[in-house]
Design a protein around this ligand. Structure first.
Ligand SMILES: [Zn+2]
Length: 255
């Protein structure tokens, strides 16, 4: 079995001294590929070091809505030059986060700008949305990204899942889907077609049951995958093959 962690931050300082062990433990749980997302110049520098360690680590870069106030010409230059590297498969994570008090008009402007750049670069986008599903949906309806969309750590209900699925987007589920207090996210996962479903950790955050409370790491994608296989009444092997193929398709990884 091969599992793709579609969203992780092993470039975060929490993993600084531990990367070879983290990768070894991931492989032991059949998590053999991962998309690592950078959201700052520092985390991007670290990501470049990680790309050199393992051919099955892929990169993404984007200005997170939480730090939208930092976005300017330097950020944009970094994004454009970084995306020349073919190991970078997506622009993200970008989006809206109304849980944090960055002004909404700034978040929207930076989100739209990066959606347009991704379009020019012909890269899929990884979307972060928190307490902002309606505005996220409206902006994406207006821009209509043409190169693929991953809704990361999808946390909407079945109604919202249907709306985003109708646009052709992929829904990526994190450990949140395993939490007792997230029945609506399980409903969303149940109605997602097998060819549009991804799995992720969002490590070091959001460790799935049975690891909840521990620091999350890519290997734990295995637990979310097994949980999803159980509620969807399929096998982990089947779901691993489907989600692995889906992740490669949306990120245009051909090997
Ligand atoms: Zn993330």
């Amino acid at each position: 079995m091969q599992i793709f962690d579609a969203h992780t931050h092993i470039n975060a300082p929490q993993f600084k001294d531990d990367i070879p062990d983290v990768i070894t433990r991931a492989h032991a749980l059949d998590v053999t590929a991962m998309l690592v997302l950078a959201d700052s110049p520092a985390s991007n520098a670290r990501l470049r070091e990680l790309l050199a360690l393992d051919d099955h680590i892929y990169g993404a870069l984007g200005c997170h809505p939480e730090t939208a106030l930092d976005y300017g010409p330097e950020w944009e230059e970094l994004l454009l030059t970084t995306m020349q590297n073919p190991r970078y498969k997506a622009v993200g994570e970008i989006g809206l986060d109304y849980y944090h008090d960055v002004p909404h008009d700034v978040q929207k402007r930076i989100f739209i700008r990066q959606l347009e750049l991704a379009q020019e670069l012909h890269r899929p986008v990884v979307i972060h949305t928190r307490d902002a599903l309606a505005d996220t949906y409206d902006i994406m309806q207006a821009i209509q990204p043409q190169d693929g969309v991953i809704m990361h750590s999808f946390n909407g209900d079945a109604h919202w899942a249907e709306k985003f699925l109708a646009c052709g987007y992929y829904l990526s589920f994190s450990g949140v889907v395993t939490f007792a207090n997230a029945p609506e996210v399980r409903e969303a996962a149940l109605i997602t077609p097998a060819d549009r479903l991804l799995v992720e950790t969002d490590a070091p955050y959001l460790a799935p049951i049975p690891m909840r409370g521990a620091m999350n790491e890519p290997g734990f994608t295995r637990y979310t995958l097994e949980f999803l296989a159980q509620i969807r009444e399929t096998t982990a092997t089947t779901l691993a093959a489907q989600t692995f193929a889906n992740t490669k398709r949306i990120l245009k990884i051909n090997e």
